[in-house]
Ligand binder design. Structure first.
Ligand code: ZN
Length: 536
């Protein structure tokens, strides 16, 4: 029996950005869109072209290869034609494949928030969908406050859905905007929408987590017939967050009640990278991963030693609802951990590093990673540093250059006009092929000065690193107090478009930054040689 397809729609870049403390730069948005595209998400929605410079730049180019690239915005304003609405024009002119409109579907909001009539609102929905299709793009309509609107005035809420459907909207998405609807209500109301004549294959669900049931509500909607789920990575979003795609994806793929009936666009191989993916996203947000997150949390498959541990070793299924490897997580026990080894092998193989599972170097690498993670290193968010650590263990990283010493100075003083000025200067002494070079640089802050000095003169390697730039820098203090340990993560980019993260840890922030900068440069040099080997 062929399975029915469920489509996943990600709104991390817009609804997720409503999370307190989260603010994406264009670079962040591009990186996240690429991650989602690679994961196999069907629709990547990126915000409001025309509304602010970040989103306008983000939508100046298509940012996904496989996923539908979706712009988000309001339906046209009442009283103007679709062709005369500048907001609509910005959506249609952006480099998106599809436009998702937010439409009011609660008559109370139409009156109070829009200040327009019910009929004008329906006309705005129809005209916006029609204009989108004429522009050759797919149209989606998110019916805001749908469930609350349905409870207040079912006829009008249904009229909004039907107007969108009849105008040719590919998807009409039922939104629990306030997040207070219960699964039983979702099931009943979705069934009523389908009974009114709009097929489930054109319906989606957008749930917020205000009663801790955004995932449950999304699945209830699927059971009732919808075939698109909107959500965010790690469930970020305003208030209590949105439906968590990082939970929904493994549930749909691993739970027979869903996996026997449905399929999604994500491969089992990508599913096996989900834990790493989730943690890499947290690193990008500079947030500590949630230890108790379903499937991907560090505690999700952790069992304290004792009778559980011995039972779990005999038969893991006794205490695990799914196999941790299926989502790239690990069983954690207070005993030797064979699950960890296979994860390492998979990860190394993925990076083109070949090692036999019985090679003692592999055990040494695992114990070194564990030891360093205990010191504060985090390799989940710094894959280039992990790559280097593994290659060093195998003896395949040459000593390109040696940094004999560096010095950093920060001076705060008054300039000639009496204004306070802070100057940072760094001096780096490097030896290449027995020849010592001294570079001095000024920068915006000590890390920038150090970066410039380090990359100023690397002799015969200089040409190779010219196309490389530092694109992000994150600092996390791992424990408070005066003996705090600092972890620095640095993201680098080169002209091939590849981005890589490196990590440094120290009780001194400059030293931690320096380690991460060194790894970034050495990774680039190793990568250049690998590329040559692969091309040859
Ligand atoms: Zn929302």
């Amino acid at each position: 029996m062929s399975k029915e397809r469920i489509y996943l729609f990600d709104t991390t870049l817009r609804d997720g950005q409503q999370t307190p403390g989260v603010d994406f730069s264009v670079e962040d948005k591009i990186a996240i869109a690429r991650m989602l595209d690679d994961l196999g998400i069907d629709y990547v929605e990126g915000g409001y072209p025309g509304a602010n410079p970040t989103d306008s730049e983000f939508f100046s180019k298509k940012r996904t290869a496989r996923s539908h690239f979706v712009a988000f915005g309001m339906t046209k304003r009442a009283g103007v034609s679709a062709s005369n609405d500048p907001g609509l024009a910005a959506l249609l002119q952006s480099s998106s494949d599809a436009v998702c409109f937010v439409a009011k579907s609660w008559d109370y909001h139409v009156r109070v928030a829009l200040g327009t009539t019910n009929e004008d609102n329906l006309e705005s929905i129809r005209a916006s969908v029609a204009a989108t299709r004429e522009a050759g793009k797919e149209a989606l309509v998110d019916c805001e406050h749908f469930f609350d609107g349905y409870k207040a005035n079912p006829d009008y809420a249904l009229a909004c859905v039907k107007s969108a459907y009849e105008a040719g909207s590919r998807w009409i998405v039922l939104c629990d905007t306030n997040g207070g609807t219960q699964p039983e209500e979702v099931r009943r109301i979705v069934a009523a929408v389908i009974a009114s004549g709009v097929p489930g294959g054109h319906l989606g669900i957008h749930a917020h987590n205000d009663t801790g049931q955004a995932v449950a509500n999304s699945l209830a909607a699927v059971e009732a017939g919808v075939r698109q789920i909107q959500g965010t990575l790690n469930g970020i979003g305003e208030r209590c967050g949105n439906a968590n795609l990082t939970t929904i994806i493994p549930t749909l793929m691993l739970k027979p009640v869903y996996s026997e009936r449905f399929e999604i666009g994500i491969s089992t191989e990508r599913l096996a990278g989900l834990t790493k993916f989730s943690h890499a996203f947290d690193e990008l947000l500079n947030r500590a991963p949630d230890l108790q997150a379903p499937y991907v949390g560090a505690s999700a498959f952790a069992t304290k030693a004792g009778i559980h541990a011995s039972a779990i070793l005999k038969d893991p299924q006794t205490y695990e609802h799914v196999a941790p490897e299926a989502v790239g997580n690990e069983r954690r026990l207070m005993v030797s951990d064979q699950g960890g080894k296979s994860n390492f092998l998979v990860e190394l193989r993925r990076r083109g590093i070949v090692i036999d599972k019985d090679d003692p170097k592999l055990d040494r690498l695992i114990s070194q990673v564990k030891e360093r993670e205990a010191q504060g290193y985090s390799y989940e968010g710094a894959d280039a540093s992990f790559d280097l650590l593994a290659r060093r263990m195998l003896g395949s990283v040459p000593e390109f250059f040696k940094v004999d010493s560096f010095r950093c100075m920060v001076e705060r003083r008054f300039d000639a006009t009496g204004n306070i000025k802070t100057v940072s200067e760094a001096v780096v002494r490097v030896t290449i092929d027995g020849e010592t070079r001294l570079s001095v640089a000024e920068g915006h802050g000590p890390v920038n000065a150090l970066d410039i000095a380090l990359r100023k003169d690397l002799g015969k390697y200089q040409a190779e690193i010219e196309d490389m730039s530092l694109t992000d820098y994150k600092v996390r203090i791992l424990n408070g107090g005066t003996d705090a340990i600092t972890r620095v993560l640095i993201e680098s980019l080169d002209s091939t478009g590849e981005r890589w993260w490196t990590v440094g840890v120290s009780d001194n922030v400059i030293d931690a930054s320096f380690q991460a900068l060194m790894d970034a440069i050495i990774y680039k040099l190793v990568k250049n040689r690998e590329d040559v080997r692969l091309a040859g």
